[in-house]
Design a protein around this ligand. Structure first.
Ligand code: MRU
Length: 345
């Protein structure tokens, strides 16, 4: 299994990342030793996916402490650099969560912070593996099918996490149990996380799948070609509203019409009880050129601007189940302003 992000002490202290902007054509690793480079890697999506961003936040504090010691930063400068990491992308709550989980230990020294960050990484993998088992049980019981056909959006596998994956983890678990029919992986415009990354992982794991255009997904669902949609999450608010890669809400609407479950899978670190509803989630808007160009070539006429919200919000009443490692809640049938309290991190 690929490790999207990990800490290395040798030959010098660094965060080692697989550069996800180059996959699947090239498997190149970045050795990040400076805060500037980590912030750039987060902004360019070289490292991406909510749980992986949580690890980037926590390990980023360690990185900043090393750079600060080398360059003689004041405490104020160190805190400002840590803050730059914390806000490098706004929507996935895990990034700020990862920073906040370890930041309080800065006074105790770099070894203490690294210990906490490594603990967070280990917890993420354990959470993903556990929620995958819970999610697979729930889906098999709900659909009553021996061979479950799945549609998924964006990338939620090992690349998007510290290991194993969330929605992808459930798919993997179904496959390992012999209960997976076929996966429809949405290509996920404009940066193609589905076509490039999910397909790369599914292919490596030997999981049967096809890649479909995002525009095909609703019809795939309405034609009865899938039994369940399983997606990840960047932020789940107290009432169950969920931000995920743009295009997710279209799947949820189609699932509601078709009467099949729309399932969100995420570690409890993605649950944000301080944000009451999806209306309050900050949706990252990325450079419009990502939409009006493809592989560096312009698609739309010169001068036309792209509109590029990177995420959307699925209202809780469209979500059959939110699966975390702490348990499952069912927002569509159990509306509650504090629904997620029992499974929050
Ligand atoms: O912009 P990205 O690629 O970081 O968006 C990622 C997603 O939307 C994922 O579905 C989400 O972070 C969950 S990853 C387990």
């Amino acid at each position: 299994m690929v490790r999207a992000i990990e800490w290395r002490d040798t030959p010098r202290p660094m965060i080692r990342l697989i550069d996800q902007t180059l996959l699947p054509l090239e498997e190149r690793y970045l050795e990040v030793t400076r805060v500037d480079d980590l912030v750039a890697a987060i902004a360019s999506l070289a490292v991406r996916g909510a749980p992986a961003l949580g690890a980037a936040g926590a390990l980023g504090v360690v990185l900043a402490m090393h750079q600060g010691a080398e360059e003689g930063w004041s405490d104020l400068k160190l805190q400002a650099e840590i803050e730059r990491i914390r806000v490098a992308r706004p929507t996935a709550v895990n990034l700020a969560w990862g920073v906040d989980r370890v930041r309080g230990a800065v006074g105790a020294g770099v070894a203490a912070v690294l210990g906490l960050a490594r603990g967070l990484v280990a917890e993420d993998e354990a959470a993903n593996r556990h929620l995958s088992r819970l999610g697979a049980d729930w889906i098999l019981a709900r659909t009553g099918r021996e061979q479950v056909r799945v549609v998924t959006h964006c990338n939620t596998g090992a690349l998007a996490t510290t290991a194993w994956g969330t929605a992808y983890g459930i798919i993997h678990e179904l496959h390992d149990r012999g209960n997976l029919g076929l996966v429809y992986a949405d290509e996920t415009r404009p940066l193609l996380q589905g076509a490039r990354l999910t397909s790369w992982e599914l292919h490596k794991d030997g999981i049967p799948h096809v890649v479909e255009a995002d525009g095909a997904a609703a019809s795939t669902i309405l034609r009865g070609l899938v039994d369940v949609a399983i997606i990840g999450a960047d932020r789940i608010t107290a009432n169950g509203d969920t931000a995920n890669k743009v295009g997710s809400v279209a799947l949820a609407l189609a699932c509601a019409r078709a009467g099949i479950p729309f399932v969100v899978a995420a570690p409890s670190s993605t649950v944000d009880m301080t944000t009451k509803t999806g209306d309050h989630i900050v949706i990252e808007e990325r450079d419009g050129d990502e939409v009006v160009t493809l592989g560096g070539r312009r698609l739309a006429p010169e001068g036309v601007r792209g509109f590029n919200p990177a995420f959307d919000v699925t209202p809780h009443d469209l979500i059959a189940a939110i699966v975390t490692e702490k348990g499952i809640v069912e927002p569509a049938t159990a509306p509650d302003p504090e629904l997620l309290a029992a499974v929050a991190g």
